[in-house]
Design a protein around this ligand. Structure first.
Ligand SMILES: Nc1ncnc2c1ncn2[C@@H]1O[C@H](COP(=O)(O)OP(=O)(O)OP(=O)(O)O)[C@@H](O)[C@H]1O
Ligand SMILES: [Mg+2]
Length: 349
């Protein structure tokens, strides 16, 4: 194999092209931590911050499902909220279909927002209990499509049928508590897709659904993606789910990206010890299967005070001395497949 090309974290995996819908460049989001008077004296005025997202770059191509995976607290949802413009980055930028989100007036941002939608994991928290299903889905239709009552109702009925809530007229006047959890998530999907957005950020969209309906919801989301020509940012902590839907996948650890590439390549040739461990933790329906590499010991360190060098080194089975000093850059080890590990080649063998 050719010598791997080292490239800076800032540009890795973000080789841009006309097919890109989203470009994320060196994105950082640090949340200042509230501290008491004594703590601020001890810190000599320095305000500590949670480094939720700490310099990530990637692109999402039109029509693809881009997965963002990693353990809890790795910064996945914060990346999603930054892309949606719901949070201001501390540094870096998000470019949506050629437009830098940081340069927009509130009015232009509002219009652009109609092209991006979000599906959260908890449908009960996403839906107003005092609004009927019909009212909930009508809301974005009235803002972004039409105010004409008959037309609003027609559009809502059409999307209810599309998400499998049929006969739609029966669901229209029901309240969220009158339908099942799986049906509620279909309502959330309908509300997100009714304005035919370009990008859908799906943040753990099936995590709270009953196991029996998870596959149905995923199938529905994938069918609608084709039908409505959508692009998904699919956020999950579950690599088994990601395998089912993603075209490319990025693995995050403590606010940074440790591996990114085409799904099949990352699963087949993962060469970051963290990705390896996550993949090994995915349950395999074979009693003879034995885990080769157990999940790394210990908790994820604090994002306020991440370990120096490679953030993963305290838990890494192949860490050496320099790993606690030098931060590894993302390097392209296989075509389109980038890894941030000083010793990734050893795992590739
Ligand atoms: N508004 C906020 N203020 C302060 N800290 C925050 C805020 N939002 C997120 N964080 C912190 O940023 C880090 C990343 O959070 P984030 O929700 O993005 O992680 P995640 O990967 O989505 O985790 P999960 O899988 O649990 O949803 C965490 O340490 C979290 O506590
Ligand atoms: Mg999250």
């Amino acid at each position: 194999m050719a010598e791997p090309k080292p490239i800076a974290n800032e540009i890795a995996a973000s080789v841009t092209g006309p097919d890109d819908l989203v470009q994320v460049e060196n994105l950082r989001k640090h949340f200042p931590v509230q501290s008491g008077f004594l703590a601020s004296l001890l810190n000599r005025g320095h305000i500590p911050a949670v480094k939720a997202v700490d310099g990530v770059s990637f692109t999402i191509r039109k029509g693809e499902v881009f997965g963002l995976a990693g353990e809890s607290g790795s910064g996945k949802s914060t990346v999603g909220r930054l892309i949606l413009g719901l949070l201001e980055p501390t540094e870096g930028r998000v470019v949506f279909d050629g437009t830098d989100l940081g340069s927009l007036s509130p009015e232009t941002m509002r219009r652009l927002r109609s092209r991006m939608q979000v599906i959260f994991q908890d449908p009960l928290a996403s839906l107003n209990p005092r609004m009927t299903i019909g009212e909930a889905i009508s809301h974005p239709v009235r803002i972004h499509i039409t105010n004409q009552p008959d037309e609003v109702r027609r559009v809502v009925i059409e999307i209810l049928n599309k998400v499998g809530l049929a006969p739609a007229e029966q669901f229209y006047d029901k309240y969220p508590h009158q339908i099942s959890g799986g049906q509620r998530q279909r309502v959330v999907i309908a509300r997100a897709l009714v304005t035919a957005p370009d990008l859908v950020v799906a943040d753990e969209p099936i995590a709270m659904a009953d196991v029996s309906v998870r596959a149905l919801l995923l199938d529905l989301m994938m069918r609608l993606k084709e039908e409505l020509n959508l692009t998904y940012l699919f956020i999950t902590h579950d690599l088994a789910t990601a395998k089912y839907v993603c075209d490319r996948i990025a693995i995050m650890y403590l606010g940074k990206m440790c591996e990114v590439g085409p799904l099949a390549d990352v699963y087949e040739y993962s060469c970051h010890p963290y990705t390896r461990a996550l993949l090994e933790a995915v349950p395999v329906p074979d009693p003879r299967h034995r885990r080769k590499e157990p999940m790394p010991a210990g908790e994820i360190p604090s994002a306020i005070n991440p370990p120096p060098g490679c953030h993963f080194h305290p838990r890494c089975p192949i860490a050496r001395e320099n790993c606690s000093v030098e931060e590894p850059a993302l390097r392209e080890l296989r075509p389109g497949h980038f890894v941030a590990c000083h010793y990734a080649e050893e795992l590739l063998k």
